[in-house]
Design a protein around this ligand. Structure first.
Ligand code: NAD
Length: 486
């Protein structure tokens, strides 16, 4: 392949081939065919990118800018994306396999993050602290420096945009390590940064593998801040590395989110929440609805309604806007199949699905529902990251909350009931970073999001996210004595 067909890395305001000259092939998950080839970044490319970002920080290029101007830069990045929404959505759909409508929503959400944090850039204020006569004391909310941002493949554009926007709004410079399975959306974001005229080196976007490029990035001595979005297993590795240099991290990790369904719930609403929450993007969302905790008397009726809905879902490529789109890779699908086999061997009852749709090209997996899932089983406890729902019964509200909370995760949770007292009682006790009532994905760009327990810490989205991108410094000033006679 000619080197000009290869998609390059964006380093210090330029598009550069990798130093090693090695490549990563990007597949369309719906056909398993290669759709693009990108230059594989390695440690030497990371070195160049961090050096550029560090120069921007050391020279105070972003810090000394009026915050309003940093915000305006983010608006221009948003404008550049908006000018190409359909084109970028098609790229996002092709590399992730998700439905085109969903990919379009991802571009729109990325644009909203850029505008939301662009608008907040000049509203992050310090405090003045009264300390009596002759002392003036104030706080400054300062950036960390080079922010390393590691992104997963399931939402490669919006997840990159949300962290990048917070970092630039607060004056940090950024090196993004894009996901090796879906790097093309990050390239489009880099193009938008270039079009928007961001200073060279303020944002660098590279694609490489986690254990080489990712590890080199988080180990780099000039990286002073890490935003990691990905699995708990990789998150642990990142934290251990960060601990060596005491680098602060925002950890956005996996989930095993449960919804409690009381007998007075609107079951149409629950079924719709399952359709969206469990099966959009083939279940590959960190906060997807993976467990239904259902009151015993309505469990059979609800499971039957969910089965009918699930078996009616269309299966096919994202570009046709089908309901069940492929998983990202063969590897991912094998993991989901294994999880289904383990669920069966641990006594769960298969209601529908449970197998790969191998008659199709691409990495399709049947939408799957298991009932009678035991709390100590793998399916109840471990993230599958595929189109698989686990149903478990409860007898009383205390048991429902106990079941919902009984995993190491705590990213999202939900409750379905028409009784507001019961909804609030339950929402208060569901130990998760976001709680949804009578719906799923009820959060938005402006609502804080993040984990409790092993789902991580720090917050993205909403105004709270900015707190994770600044460190408070304090300045105390001793004044000379006031002139006598005053
Ligand atoms: P992953 O942990 O395998 O990879 C995530 C990223 O980390 C990739 O870019 C990968 O290349 C990189 N990486 C791997 N090893 C690394 C290392 N040693 N050093 C630095 N980087 C390394 O996760 P994934 O399979 O890409 O994504 C799915 C996971 O992400 C799921 O667990 C999902 O729940 C989670 N997720 C969380 C959120 C959130 O906001 N909480 C959002 C999306 C996805």
């Amino acid at each position: 392949m000619a080197s000009n067909d290869v998609i390059k890395n964006y380093i210090d305001g330029e598009w550069r081939d990798s130093v090693s000259g090695t490549r990563i092939e990007v597949d369309d998950p719906a056909s398993a065919e290669t759709i693009a080839v990108v230059a594989e970044a390695g440690p030497k490319d990371i070195e160049l990118a961090v050096a550029a970002a560090q120069r921007v920080f050391r020279d105070r290029v972003l810090i000394d800018m009026h915050p309003y101007d940093r915000g305006r830069m983010l608006f221009r990045v948003a404008d550049a994306l908006e000018a190409r929404v359909d084109e970028i959505a098609a790229i996002n759909c092709a590399e992730t396999g998700k439905a085109l409508e969903l990919a379009n929503g991802e571009v729109q959400t990325a644009i909203r993050y850029l505008r939301y944090y662009g608008g907040l850039a000049d509203k992050l204020e310090g405090r003045s602290i009264p300390r009596g006569a002759n002392l003036v004391d104030y706080t400054v909310r300062s950036p960390f420096g080079v922010s390393a941002q590691i992104v997963p493949w399931n939402g490669p554009l919006e997840l990159t945009a949300r962290s990048l926007a917070c970092a630039i709004a607060t004056g940090n410079s950024v090196v993004v390590k894009s996901p090796e399975l879906a790097p093309l959306s990050g390239v489009e974001l880099a193009r938008a940064c270039e079009t928007a005229g961001l200073p060279a080196g303020a944002v660098n976007v590279l694609t490489g593998y986690g254990q080489t490029a990712g590890q080199a990035l988080i180990e780099h001595p000039d990286v002073r801040h890490i935003v990691f979005t990905g699995s708990i297993t990789t998150g642990r590795t990142v934290l251990k590395t960060a601990a060596d240099r005491i680098v602060p991290c925002i950890m956005e990790l996996g989930g095993k989110s449960a919804a409690v369904v009381y007998p007075d719930a609107d079951l149409d609403c629950v079924v719709e929440a399952v359709r969206i929450g469990t099966f959009l993007n083939a279940g590959q969302n960190c906060n997807n609805l993976t467990r239904l905790i259902v009151e015993r008397s309505i469990a059979d009726k609800l499971v039957e309604r969910v089965r009918v809905c699930v078996e009616g879902l269309s299966v096919g490529p994202g570009r046709e806007n089908c309901d069940i789109t492929p998983l990202i890779s063969q590897n991912q699908r094998q993991g989901v199949e294994r999880a289904c086999q383990t669920a069966l061997s641990q006594g769960a009852r298969l209601v529908t699905g449970g197998t790969a749709l191998s008659e199709r090209s691409g990495y399709f997996m049947a939408a799957t529902v298991f009932a009678d899932v035991a709390r100590d089983s793998n399916l109840f406890q471990q993230e599958v990251f595929g189109p698989v729902l686990a149903v478990t019964r409860f007898d009383d509200p205390g048991m429902a909350v106990d079941l919902a909370n009984d995993t190491h995760h705590g990213l999202a949770a939900g409750v379905f009931t028409r009784d507001i007292d019961r909804a609030l009682w339950t929402a208060d006790r569901l130990w998760a970073g976001q709680v949804y009532v009578n719906g799923w994905y009820v959060g938005g760009v402006e609502t804080p999001f993040g984990g409790i327990k092993q789902s991580g810490y720090g917050r993205e989205k909403g105004q709270e996210a900015l707190d994770g991108y600044v460190q408070t410094r304090n300045v105390g000033i001793r004044l000379s004595q006031p002139p006598s006679g005053n």
